[in-house]
Ligand binder design. Structure first.
Ligand SMILES: Nc1ncnc2c1ncn2[C@@H]1O[C@H](COP(=O)(O)OP(=O)(O)OP(=O)(O)O)[C@@H](O)[C@H]1O
Ligand SMILES: Cc1ncsc1CCO
Ligand SMILES: [Mg+2]
Length: 266
């Protein structure tokens, strides 16, 4: 898969990505998008979110710090994105945890996100299967949730980009596994939320499956590079931002560890 070419297209476009994300992720996700080559804007209030989504290149919706004003903003923005034919990405943070989260995640899922980016525990929950997630942290392996991810993709018609020690991306028929990254990534809060924003940036320039693979591959390669120079989760964070910025398209093609899986009938 031409992940390098997709990275080059993303950087050339510098896509405007509207991020409705949580209070924890706001700053981290914006820096991740800027370092990678996109243009983030954290615009979430219902009074302007729909208007903004009408001209943004992509929209991302994250339920990490959920409240009624956020939900109103999400609904307005998704309507604006759909009106404009703009791709949108759902990040169902801790959707297994509470009644409110389960309900809002199900409502947003029914609006058919272009891409769902989540950890394995969240994917299992969205697919209606038992999840061991603890709060926002995933506790299930992606290997145990590959079937759930495929079923979810088939049910929604979108792409599922599931992350963990090994990532898994599927559109319900095609699927790949992506290796790499660092054990210090889950010890840095909101990196998954930031990756959701990056999926949006790539979806602005590529089809959802190819966009998801490129975004996850860039994180995996940058994470592996940063790991080699870091001493722990703290020193990893700035090295990871540097790596996101410095990985060139040809580096991504050379270093990405993407395993294509046999296609299953949709
Ligand atoms: N054990 C691991 N080894 C290597 N990379 C990992 C590991 N766990 C997660 N990652 C990587 O970390 C990034 C974020 O994925 P993760 O599954 O932790 O998201 P998340 O649980 O939604 O995070 P958050 O909610 O804190 O934003 C992905 O690029 C993923 O590949
Ligand atoms: C820690 C945390 N709490 C709500 S959202 C969030 C960021 C990681 O998902
Ligand atoms: Mg998450």
């Amino acid at each position: 898969m031409q992940v390098g070419q997709t990275l080059q297209a993303m950087r050339r476009a510098t896509p405007l990505v509207q991020c409705i994300t949580n209070y924890v992720a706001m700053n981290i996700a914006a820096n991740v998008l800027l370092a990678a080559g996109a243009s983030p804007a954290m615009v979430s209030d219902a009074e302007e979110a729909g208007e903004f989504a009408g001209f943004a290149d992509a929209l991302t919706v994250n339920i990490g710090t959920l409240s009624p004003p956020f939900v109103a903003g999400m609904r307005a923005a998704i309507a604006g994105a759909e009106g404009a034919g703009t791709p949108w990405v759902l990040d169902p943070v801790a959707c297994q945890a509470t009644v409110l989260r389960r309900r809002v995640a199900a409502d947003l899922l029914a609006l058919k996100p272009t891409i769902i980016r989540a950890n394995a525990s969240e994917i299992l929950s969205l697919a209606g299967e038992a999840s061991r997630g603890q709060g926002v942290d995933g506790r299930d392996s992606t290997a145990s949730a590959e079937g759930a991810a495929r079923r979810l993709a088939q049910r929604t018609g979108g792409v599922v980009a599931m992350t963990g020690a090994v990532d898994f991306v599927t559109d319900g028929a095609r699927a790949v596994r992506i290796a790499g990254g660092s054990v210090w990534m889950p010890l840095n809060t909101a990196l998954g939320c930031s990756l959701t924003g990056l999926c949006g940036a790539f979806a602005a320039v590529a089809a959802p499956f190819e966009a998801s693979v490129a975004a996850l591959a860039l994180f995996a390669v940058a994470g592996s590079r940063a790991h080699g120079a870091a001493e722990g989760p703290g020193s990893f964070a700035p090295l990871f931002l540097d790596a996101l910025h410095h990985v060139r398209p040809e580096d991504l093609d050379r270093e990405a560890r993407i395993e294509g899986l046999e296609e299953v009938p949709a």
